[in-house]
Design a protein around this ligand. Sequence first.
Ligand code: SF4
Ligand code: SF4
Length: 473
Amino acid sequence: MRNEHNEAEPLQAGETFRDEVGIVTGEGKRQWIYPKQPQGFYTRMRTILSGVLLLVLVATPFLTINGHPLMLFNILERKFILFGVIFGPHDFPLLGLALIALAVFIILFTAVFGRLFCGWVCPQTVFMEMVFRRIDYWIEGDYRAQRRLNEAPWNARKTLRKGMKYALYGVISFVIANILLGWIIGGEALLRLVTDDPSKHLGGLTAMLAFTGGFYWIFSWFREQACILVCPYGRLQGVLLDPQSIVIAYDYQRGEPRGKLRRNQQRTEGDCIDCHLCVDVCPTGIDIRNGTQLECVNCTACMDACDEVMEKIDRPRKLIRYDSASGIASGQRRLWTPRVIGYSAVLSLLVTLLVLLLAHRSDIDVTILRTPGMFYQEQPDGRVSNIYDVSVLNKTFKRVPVELRLLGTHGELRVIGDPFAPPPQELAHGKIMILLPRARLVGLSTPVEIEVSAGGSPVKVVETTFLGPGGVQ
Ligand code: SF4
Ligand code: SF4
């Protein structure tokens, strides 16, 4: 259809597989892909899921819990909200651990299910195949009509269709840019940005235009190259997949030797009638019959196309199906390989650690350290005092009054200056003085405990030491 390679004769056993990329011509130029519009069970399921995902994507920046965003990924201010819980730069260790756990999860998921994510959930595939490609079909027709229109000289009809298509691309790119910005700055800030005087939001509007331009370029021109040439996940498939991983695979045992279907002739070939439809629908321009290839984004189009053909020729469906290389070769697939067991164990450990850290994460963090360079002071009433530097970190959405109380030493704790009440997501610094009767001192260094209360409820006890003259009565 569009790629000379794809129309090549079937590869014979022992013959080398292709050494070229389907989206590049022999002269090194871009091979524009015109995929036939897919239809069938998997396409319908993916369309429904894409609708749900797009709804979630658009609605989430505007959802709130107790007046705060449900989700926010404000990279610029290093402020993240996940399901209503706010995380800041102080949560960097948690974030690091979560990212490591995510990486292990992706490796494990890919080892078991291959590129299922790419075909069903990846925003690039959802937008490309379910939004922009649909616009192509709607305005320009199916693949042959699109190719004819592209090759036709410019006239009123071509100008109108191309103009409509690219105008629609522009509008949708603008909407996607707004959604992305909403995820970064929040729905409320986004609404302010689009309704306020533009001169007050020059930075935000510039970002919006830059995102719009980026999306327009990706979906109107770059397209499948994002998956094939740029996406690191796609590039890593060679090391992430193994013979037991589920991929979209052609059953060569059943399909080969392929051969055209001829009327009134006893068929001696395999089930593949070499109709080329699985290649025609492929949005990355490959022939899945050549085996698993890095360009395959698991979009399921070839499965649908082949199932339809199999139904028509009265053969069982699933000549192209979800299966592993091992499943196709021997009919057997092992789930619990040593690799999967190892990744599962590491992931369980990481998730347990993450859950424990999250469970022990308090809304207020307090650090109390004796002021550097200060020893102890002897007070006129006979008591001994120490001065401490206090840092109070408020991880919540509201200003929280924080009280400190000395536990069980018959001493006194005085706040020097204003009481601690750090604003949301900020660190407050201050000093306290602790006074102890000499009789309570134990050697040069006496352990003391300070109870921290936030908003009237105890949140933690901080242990520190108190310096004294050393057992003097
Ligand atoms: S759609 Fe099925 S029958 Fe047709 S060429 Fe592809 S694998 Fe063979
Ligand atoms: S080979 Fe099949 S599943 Fe893979 S990208 Fe092409 S059409 Fe989609």
